[in-house]
Design a protein around this ligand. Structure first.
Ligand code: DAH
Length: 349
């Protein structure tokens, strides 16, 4: 019997041997059944032998099965070799979403200026999303943003929110790293809003600089350098308009000039203006709320919609298509995974 098991040269033939020995009408099963017809004395002598035989056969089958399986695996490994260094055929290669691409470009540009990248949670407390940013409860600015509130964890607890902007990362980054700090925080944000230019989830990048002797001039230079590098246009013109944000004082909205090229509005020149971001000098109360002394530290912050940057740079019209997951759109607007943006090769390479 053991010979037959060892002679099985495939999993199928081993299984046939198993059925022939241990199956319903198998040889060992028949021996076990025969115990019933024996007198007590013979049965007492035979039963242990038959059970031991069944144990040996079962073990031998399991052992042979393991051998055959590992031989099969070896064979597969040898024949189904994949050369990972070969380029993927176009039919199966995915693309990098324009939003991811733009985030990489931003990280690249700001890394060159000495900025780090910070992160924060998308489920945020009202303290970080509002209060610490100088928007106390009942402050009218809270109503400016259509907030998604989550169920409180326990009755009476303050509800968490889906962060409505990336600004709370300012506070978190300052708490962890202190000042001086030069950082950007790209990420998802959420507002209860939906039409051709608004989706309930979208992306922003926050910028924060806190150091000694930082002025509006540093803010303007940084934004100009960033936008010129991002849009890859030296003729990019920037306009700062006085505005209001609770977390900055003074505050400015920033427009870039556009011009018509081949029937399309493109960034550069100054035939008209479009708003691209909000900014200002960090409010002393925000600095204090992050645990730092506003008499010692000062700086600027800005917040910018990433999806809109992508639309302007790469010429998409409908924001909703960003999040449809339509493979044709992704093939058309997506980027090759190996085309990593570099400032020397052009960030949109
Ligand atoms: N958090 C603002 C928004 O979502 C954008 C913003 C404006 C961020 C000015 C800033 C800033 O850091 O200084 O509308």
């Amino acid at each position: 019997m053991l010979d037959r098991i060892l002679a099985a040269d495939s999993l199928q033939s081993l299984d046939s041997v198993r059925v022939a020995l241990l199956g319903k009408s198998g040889e060992i099963t028949a021996k076990l059944k025969s115990l019933g017809g024996m007198d007590a004395e013979t049965r007492a002598a035979e039963a242990p032998k038959i059970h031991a035989l069944r144990g040996r056969v079962t073990d031998a089958i399991a052992g042979r099965k393991a051998e055959l399986e590992s031989a099969e695996l070896e064979r597969k490994l040898a024949t189904e070799k994949v050369d990972l260094s070969l380029p993927a055929p176009d039919s199966i290669s995915g693309t990098v979403h324009p939003v991811s691409q733009v985030m990489d470009e931003l990280a690249e540009i700001f890394a060159d200026l000495g900025f780090s990248v910070a992160e924060g949670p998308e489920i945020e407390t009202q303290w970080y999303n509002f209060t610490a940013l100088n928007m106390p409860e009942n402050h009218p600015a809270r109503a400016m943003q259509d907030t998604f509130y989550l169920e409180p964890r326990a009755p009476g607890d303050e509800p968490y929110v889906l962060r409505t902007h990336t600004s709370p990362v300012q506070i978190r980054a300052l708490e962890v790293h202190g000042a001086p700090i030069y950082t950007i925080a790209p990420g998802r944000v959420y507002r209860s809003d939906s039409d051709a230019t608004h989706t309930p989830m979208f992306h922003q990048v926050e910028g924060l600089v806190l150091d000694r002797n930082i002025t509006l001039g540093h803010l303007k230079w940084t934004l100009e350098t960033f936008l010129k590098a991002f849009f890859e246009r030296d003729d990019l013109v920037l306009r700062m308009r006085p505005s209001y944000f609770p977390f900055t004082e003074p505050s400015a909205e920033v427009d870039v000039g556009w011009s018509m090229e081949k029937g399309r509005r493109v960034v550069g020149g100054s035939e008209g203006w479009m708003e691209v971001l909000g900014s200002g000098m960090v409010h002393p109360r925000v600095i204090a709320n992050a645990g730092l002394d506003p008499d010692e530290w000062q700086g600027f912050a800005f917040g910018c919609g990433i999806d809109r940057l992508a639309m302007l740079k790469y010429g998409m019209d409908d924001l909703r298509a960003f999040f449809d997951g339509d493979i044709r759109w992704l093939k058309h607007y997506g980027f090759k995974a190996l085309d990593v943006p570099t400032l020397s090769g052009g960030v949109g390479a």
